[in-house]
Design a protein around this ligand. Structure first.
Ligand code: AMP
Ligand code: MG
Length: 418
């Protein structure tokens, strides 16, 4: 890594914004995984490895957007107007059918999605007409281009419709299908090793002893990784013991990205940083002024010319989720070939007062409700960053900046969508 990244081990911890910038700068230097051609159905969630261009004009013909009558607008400049219906054009009409020409005083019955015939330049909705045999009485005036989308108005043949690096979602899938691409180039899912640590942490299949905790972090991370276009690889839980940790960290560093949970706080058995230091890891930050997730670690290990980024995420379940979203996600996006996505911030009105201690940027579990006129957000009662059950009731986090101690009910606050 080049210039702007410095270690912060003995200096003041970076703010949320500074830590995020460090991650984004690093992410911008990464080379995405190889690209493969895959079926459109398998492409969802992955980043496009090519741009999608229109194979023809969209729409390819002047498209009626209503069921009704194709008319010459000049003929219906005043209403009511009487026109002679000379035929019918349905969607998918054979081209000889759409070759009808609408002359002065004439109209053609037309369906939504059908080509507007030559001569006509507007469509009058069927609701605004009365029919008696071939005679159509148009009750309302229409202007030129009304209810018609001109050929090529949406895109011209050859136009870029979706840029490279865009994630394939339902809209991109629709565009790919519309331009005749049952297969597209996407970047391969980067392999993301997930290593949970902790003597008290046991596998989900085991029955916990009275002081043991089931490993939930590996599963929350696997879900977040998969949703971000990565291939999660869950490693066995590491005991808080240097040799075992070293072995599993080595294994994890074979992946494109390593996520470690737990063992990065100040406790006597928080050994992750120490073991990574023995690998000559470069640390970009070891902590950030945030809550939850203050001990979060970001660095890189170089082995045989290959650099593997890693995050040490604090083990409290909510800390793990939040720090993944805030910091690991941009790195995963970049490896997955996706253009960097901004964090999904929004604004809502506080339902009840909040008071906190200043100094940290806080991400507090909250419930967004209200309606489109008045989006409202309520802080959830929680027992701190170990309170997974509060996170399960939340649909967003309220973001409290480090210089605020109090927000009054009714104030607008920033929220981060989950
Ligand atoms: P640590 O970051 O190792 O100090 O752990 C902080 C808290 O998170 C402790 O209460 C741990 O028991 C809990 N914890 C650590 N790892 C996990 C995990 N994989 N799943 C669930 N809870 C965990
Ligand atoms: Mg621990």
């Amino acid at each position: 890594m080049s210039a702007p990244l410095t270690t912060t081990k003995h200096s003041v911890l970076p703010s949320f914004e500074e830590a995020r910038r460090i991650v984004e700068t690093y992410a911008a230097s990464l080379i995405p995984t190889r690209r493969d051609k895959v079926s459109l159905l398998d492409a969802a969630g992955l980043a496009l490895g090519e741009e999608l261009r229109a194979d023809r004009d969209f729409p390819p013909f002047p498209r009626a957007t209503r069921d009704g009558f194709a008319v010459r607008a000049a003929d219906v400049a005043s209403a009511p107007a009487r026109l002679k219906c000379i035929g019918e054009i349905r969607a998918g009409a054979a081209s000889d059918q759409s070759r009808i020409t609408v002359g002065k005083g004439e109209c053609v019955e037309i369906m939504t999605g059908a080509p507007v015939p030559v001569g006509a330049d507007a469509v009058v909705m069927v609701e605004h007409t009365e029919r008696s045999g071939d005679v159509i009485s148009v009750q309302r005036t229409a202007s030129s281009a009304e209810n018609v989308v001109a050929a090529g108005a949406e895109a011209r043949q050859g136009d870029v419709m979706v840029r490279r690096g865009t994630r394939v979602n339902h809209v991109v899938a629709a565009v790919a299908a519309a331009i005749g691409r049952p297969e597209v180039f996407v970047h391969r899912r980067p392999r993301v090793a997930i290593l949970a640590t902790g003597d008290e942490v046991i596998d989900v299949n085991l029955t916990p002893g009275p002081n043991e905790i089931r490993n939930s972090n590996s599963y929350s991370l696997a879900a977040q990784v998969y949703a971000a276009g990565g291939e999660p690889m869950i490693l066995p839980v590491a005991r808080d013991e240097p040799d075992e940790l070293a072995l599993l960290l080595r294994k994890g560093l074979e992946a494109d990205l390593l996520l470690i949970t737990g063992g990065v706080s100040m406790g006597k058995y928080d050994l992750v940083e120490q073991v990574l230091a023995s690998f000559e890891a470069k640390m970009f930050f070891t902590g950030a002024q945030i809550q939850p997730g203050r001990p979060v670690v970001f660095g890189e290990v170089e082995a045989e010319g290959d650099k593997t980024p890693f995050f040490g995420l604090p083990g409290n379940p909510v800390s793990t989720m939040v720090t993944f979203a805030l910091f690991a996600r941009p790195v995963l996006d970049a490896l997955a070939g996706a253009r960097p996505a901004p964090l999904p911030f929004a604004q809502a009105l506080l339902q009840s007062e909040i008071t906190t201690k200043p100094g940290l940027t806080r991400f507090l579990p909250a419930a967004l409700g209200g309606n489109r006129h008045r989006p409202e957000v309520e802080l959830l009662r929680w027992q701190g960053s170990g309170d997974l059950m509060a996170a399960a009731r939340a649909n967003c986090y309220i973001v409290v900046p480090p210089d605020r101690e109090r927000f009054a009910a009714g104030e607008a606050v920033t929220i981060l969508m989950i």
